[in-house]
Each structure stands twice: as structure tokens, then as C-alpha cells.
Design a protein. Structure first.
Length: 230
């Protein structure tokens, strides 16, 4: 449950009254992406307010008159759907920065410079987005904004999403240490165990994270991993 100081206010004015709920900012992304959520899990206080700042609550008959129910979750959903969400300047700044960093990270991990076949550093992507004056929506999901970000990046830097196939070779004793990394970074399309006990796998992964995966595998195996681009 979100802390009161981190909560945002959703407000609806109807039937001559003001109704407010205190919410975790993260729930707005889920709602905008069409996901079904139990709003109770994302409320800082499981209650409906007349003025959340003062802690005053509307009369029960006013709730029934305005919403036809006293179910807190149902009322909160109506307030979000029909009302407006208000956040402080500081909250908005933090949410924008967090969402921007996630968009930049996603692009850096999944895209490359097609001229050099190497990934762009996140700072270069961030600077290009700033140059293009790309507008980040703090309430929309990363996935829904990535294509828009790529559209403004392409005129400024050579960039495209690309998957790469790599061959990974591990010593038999190292395979277990690296298994979680392998399946979290990409798809193992083929694998086989060699007569010497080593494991070889062919993987498809985002082109921008080959170096990252290589470094992680070599860290776990003390330099014993072999990763080759196919």
C-alpha cells in the first residue's frame, strides 16, 4: 500500500459534492493499459473523502445519492473514470523522470545502430529524445510510448530494433549458475550437451544486450563463458 505522502488525489465533483480518493500513482498505468485491478490494493486509505487533505468524509447518504452504492472500490473506479487525477509538481517530475528512464532503458536494450551493429549508449538516446522535445506521459505504459519515441529518434540518430542470434558455450558445472540469466535475456532456440560435458545453446536476444549478457555470464563463470554472434 502506498504511503500517504506519495499518494495522488483523484477527484470528482458531482451532485453538488466533491469526492476524493488517495491512490498509488502506479495504478494509473495499469488502468490506462486496460488491465483489471482491485483498486483497494492501490488506495493509500480505504475510504472516500470529501477533502482528502483535511481528512473530511462525505455523509453516507451523499455517497448513495451520487453513486448508488457504498462499495468503496466501485466508487473509487467511478471517481477515476469520470473525474480528474491531481498530482503535485514534485510527484509529476519524479513520475516523468522514472517513465523516461524506463523508455530509454527499453530502447537501449532492444535497439542498435544499424551502421555499426552496436547498441546506442542510454545517454545518447536520452539526449536525442530531449533534442526532439519528446513528450513523456507519466500515466501511459512504456510499451505504448516506445514506438512514438523511436519515430522521433530515427531522424536524429541511426537506430532500429533488431534481434540477434548468438551461440553460448558454458562448462557443465557453470550451466546451473547461468540458467536464470539465459532465460531472462532471450529465447534458447537450440541446445545440446557436448561429449566433454559442456553446454552449447543458440539464442535469440535483443541486439542491444549482447554485451550485457556476455558480461553477466563471464562474471558468474569467472570468465568461463563463450558468447559469439552468429
Amino acid at each position: 500500500m502506498v504511503r500517504l505522502e506519495d499518494a495522488i488525489v483523484a477527484r470528482l465533483e458531482t451532485h453538488g459534492e466533491t469526492f476524493e480518493v488517495l491512490l498509488d500513482p502506479a495504478v494509473m498505468n495499469l488502468i490506462k493499459s486496460g488491465k483489471e485491478v482491485d483498486l483497494i490494493d492501490y488506495m493509500a486509505v480505504e475510504d472516500i473523502f470529501k477533502n482528502a487533505g483535511k481528512g473530511t468524509r462525505p455523509a453516507e447518504e451523499k455517497l448513495k445519492e451520487a453513486f448508488g452504492t457504498d462499495d468503496v472500490s466501485a466508487i473509487a473506479k467511478r471517481i477515476i473514470d469520470k473525474g480528474e487525477v491531481q498530482i503535485t509538481a514534485e510527484q509529476r517530475k519524479e513520475m516523468l523522470e522514472s517513465k523516461k528512464n524506463k523508455i530509454v532503458s527499453y530502447i537501449a536494450r532492444n535497439a542498435i545502430n544499424p551502421q555499426t551493429k552496436t547498441p546506442h549508449p542510454p545517454k545518447r538516446i536520452e539526449m536525442a529524445l530531449d533534442e526532439a522535445k519528446f513528450h513523456v506521459d507519466p500515466f501511459r505504459s512504456v510499451d505504448s510510448q516506445v514506438n512514438e519515441a523511436m519515430a522521433v529518434l530515427r531522424p536524429l540518430i541511426p537506430i532500429k530494433f533488431e534481434k540477434s542470434k548468438i551461440a553460448v558455450k558454458l562448462k557443465g558445472d557453470d550451466y546451473g549458475k547461468c540458467y536464470d540469466d539465459l532465460i531472462s535475456y532471450g529465447i534458447v532456440e537450440r541446445e545440446e550437451w557436448q561429449k566433454d560435458g559442456s553446454w552449447i545453446g543458440v539464442m535469440e536476444i535483443p541486439a542491444g544486450i549482447i554485451d550485457e549478457l556476455t558480461a553477466k555470464l563471464n562474471n558468474r563463470t569467472r570468465g568461463g563463458a563463450s558468447v559469439k554472434l552468429m
